[in-house]
Design a protein around this ligand. Structure first.
Ligand code: ADP
Ligand code: GLC
Length: 486
C-alpha cells in the first residue's frame, strides 16, 4: 500500500504536554498509524516543554505577524514524535498550563492562541513547507477546529479534513467581535461556517466544515446526537450523521506494560498475577493506607470535575466503609472536591489515601496495585483509565455511559457464565446505583476465583491501538484527494 502523508493538529501531546486523554491519543496516533502505512506528523503549539524537547529543530517557515507578534514554525523530533512546533512566544511562552495561567483562569487570548494553531495547520496542509504535502489534516478538539474553516475558505486545493471530538463539553466559543481578526472572509460568519449562536464556535466550525467527524466511542457518537448530551450541537451532529463515526481509543501498550513498567514497584503479567501484591503493598505505603493485603482496595485516577462524577463517590463513602474497602485517589481539579476528599482522608486514616496533583508514577502504581478502578463519569467520550485498568489487572467499575459502556463487559450472570466479563457497570449515574455497584464489587472480590477471572479477561482484552488505527487509516484513505495528474 502506498504510504499516506497526514498532519495531526493537537493542542497537547504526550509526553510533552498533557492535561488529559487528548494528549495520550495525539501522542500514540503517529506510532499506531505507521503500522497502517500512514506517516502522521503533528503540529502543536510551541509551549516551553515542547521547545525544550525538540531535537535539532529547523525553522521551516516564518510569520511577521501572527495574531500580534512574530512567529516561526519549527520542524524536528522529540523522542519518536515528528513534530511541527509553532514557536510564537507572544502566544505560548507563558507560566501555567496549555489553556490557563497559574491562577487557573483561562488565558484571555485563547481564541487567538488556537486560531493561530489552526491557521498554521491549514497552511501546512496546503503546502507551506516544501517536501511536506499531507493528504489529510486531522484536527483534534476545538483548539484545532478552525483549521477546517481556513482550509474551506482558502479556495485552494486542500487535503481531506477529519475533525475528532474528544469532549463536546469544550467548544471554543468566542464573541462575534473577534471575527474580523481571524482573517476569514465575511461569508465565513454564517450558519454554514463559523457562526454559532451569534458568536464564533471553533468546534462548530470544525464539525460543519470537515469531510468526516469522528468521536472516540460508538456510544458517545450516538449520545451526542441527542439533546441531553449534544450540548447544543446535537442538531448539527444529526445533520452530519452519515459522516460521523465513533472510533474507540486505544492506549499505548508500551507505555502501559505491566511486565516492563519502570514506574511500578514490581512487574507482573497475566501468568504472574501474584506479583501484583507487591504493588498493592507499595501503594498502601505510598498513600498511608493500612497494609492489609486482603482488603478490597479501590483506586481512582482522574481529573476532579463534574464530568467525572466523583461527588457521587463522596456520597458513597459510608458504603465503602460498610464494604470494608480502602480508597486510593489521585486527582486534580475542582478545589471543593479536593477539600472534601482531603477531609475524608483525615477522618478515615489508613482507609482513605489521597494525593492531589498530576503524577504519572502514582497513576501507574494505582493501576498496578488497586484491586478495582472506579470511573463514575456522568459522561465519558471514551475514557482511558478503564483501559489501563484492564491492562493492569485492576477491575474497572464504571458508569454505563459513552466509551465506558463500550469497553467494559459487566459481570452479570450471563457474562459470568460465558466467562467474558471484564468489570462492573452501573446505571443511572447516581449515588444509589454507585452504592449498588460498590457492594457488588465487594461481593465479587470476596470470591477469589471469580475475581481472578475478571482480572484475566481484562488482561486478555485488546486495548491497543491496532484496531482504531485501522479505522482511522480507512477514513483517511476514503477522503484523501486523488494524486494530481502530472
Ligand atoms: P480525560 O481526558 O477526560 O481526563 P481519560 O480517561 O481519557 O480522561 O484520560 C485521562 C488520562 O490522564 C489518563 O492517561 C490518566 O491516567 C491520566 N490522569 C488523569 N488524572 C491524572 C493525575 N491526577 N495524575 C496523573 N495522570 C492522570
Ligand atoms: C477527553 C474525554 C475522554 C477521552 C479523551 C481522549 O478528554 O473526556 O473520555 O478518553 O478525551 O479521547
Amino acid at each position: 500500500m502506498k504510504p499516506l502523508a497526514a498532519l495531526s493538529v493537537a493542542s497537547e501531546i504526550y509526553p510533552l504536554v498533557k492535561t488529559g486523554g487528548l494528549a495520550d491519543v495525539a501522542g500514540a496516533l503517529p506510532g499506531a498509524l505507521a503500522a497502517e502505512q500512514v506517516s502522521l506528523r503533528t503540529l502543536c503549539p510551541g509551549y516551553r516543554p515542547v521547545l525544550a524537547a525538540l531535537k535539532k529543530a529547523e525553522t521551516v517557515a516564518k510569520f511577521n505577524d501572527l495574531f500580534g507578534g512574530p512567529a516561526r514554525l519549527l520542524a524536528g523530533r522529540a523522542g519518536a514524535l515528528e513534530l511541527f512546533a509553532l514557536d510564537a512566544p507572544h502566544l505560548y511562552d507563558r507560566d501555567g498550563g496549555p489553556y490557563a495561567g497559574p491562577d487557573g483562569l483561562d488565558f484571555a487570548d485563547n481564541a487567538f492562541r488556537f486560531a493561530a494553531l489552526a491557521k498554521v495547520g491549514a497552511a501546512l496542509g496546503q503546502g507551506l513547507v516544501e517536501g511536506f504535502a499531507p493528504k489529510i489534516l486531522h484536527a483534534h478538539d476545538w483548539q484545532a477546529g478552525l483549521a477546517a474553516a481556513y482550509l474551506h475558505y482558502s479556495g485552494k486545493p486542500r487535503p481531506g479534513a477529519v475533525m475528532t471530538v474528544h469532549n463536546l463539553a469544550f467548544q471554543g466559543q468566542f464573541p462575534a467581535e473577534l471575527f474580523a481578526a481571524l482573517g476569514l472572509p465575511p461569508q465565513a460568519f454564517s450558519i454554514e461556517g463559523v457562526e454559532y449562536y451569534g458568536g464564533i464556535g471553533f468546534l462548530k466550525a470544525g464539525l460543519q466544515l470537515s469531510d468526516r467527524v469522528t468521536t472516540v466511542s460508538p456510544t458517545y457518537a450516538q449520545e451526542i446526537q441527542q439533546p441531553h448530551a449534544g450540548m447544543g450541537l446535537d442538531g448539527l451532529l444529526r445533520a452530519r450523521a452519515s459522516e460521523l463515526s465513533g472510533i474507540l481509543n486505544g492506549i499505548d501498550v508500551d507505555v502501559w506494560n505491566p511486565e516492563t513498567d519502570p514506574l511500578i514497584a514490581a512487574p507482573f503479567s497475566a501468568k504472574k498475577l501474584g506479583a501484583r501484591a507487591d504493588n498493592k503493598k507499595a501503594l498502601q505505603a505510598r498513600l498511608a493506607l493500612a497494609r492489609e493485603p486482603e482488603r478490597l482496595l479501590v483506586g481512582v485516577v482522574s481529573r476532579l470535575s463534574w464530568q467525572k462524577g466523583l461527588d457521587l463517590l463522596l456520597a458513597c463513602l459510608p458504603v465503602l466503609e460498610q464494604c470494608d474497602a480502602q480508597l486510593a485517589l489521585l486527582g486534580s481539579g475542582d478545589p471543593a472536591l479536593e477539600a472534601a476528599f482531603q477531609e475524608a482522608a483525615q477522618t478515615h486514616p489508613g482507609r482513605i489515601g489521597v494525593h492531589f496533583g498530576y503524577e504519572e508514577r502514582l497513576a501507574h502504581l494505582i493501576q498496578a496495585g488497586a484491586d478495582a478502578i472506579l470511573v463514575p463519569s456522568r459522561f465519558e467520550p471514551c475514557g482511558l483509565t478503564q483501559l489501563c485498568a484492564m491492562r493492569y489487572g485492576a477491575v474497572p467499575v464504571v458508569a454505563r455511559v459513552g466509551g465506558l459502556a463500550d469497553t467494559i463487559i459487566d459481570a452479570n450472570e450471563m457474562a459470568l457464565q460465558a466467562n467474558c466479563a471484564t468489570g462492573l457497570q452501573f446505571a443511572p449515574v447516581a449515588a444509589d446505583a454507585l452504592a449498588g455497584a460498590l457492594r457488588r464489587c465487594a461481593a465479587l472480590h470476596a470470591q477469589k476465583s471469580l475475581w481472578k477471572k475478571l482480572q484475566t479477561n481484562g488482561l486478555k482484552t485488546d486495548v491497543s491501538w491496532a484496531n482504531p488505527a485501522r479505522h482511522y487509516a480507512q477514513i483517511y484513505r476514503e477522503i484523501a484527494p486523488p494524486d494530481a495528474k502530472s
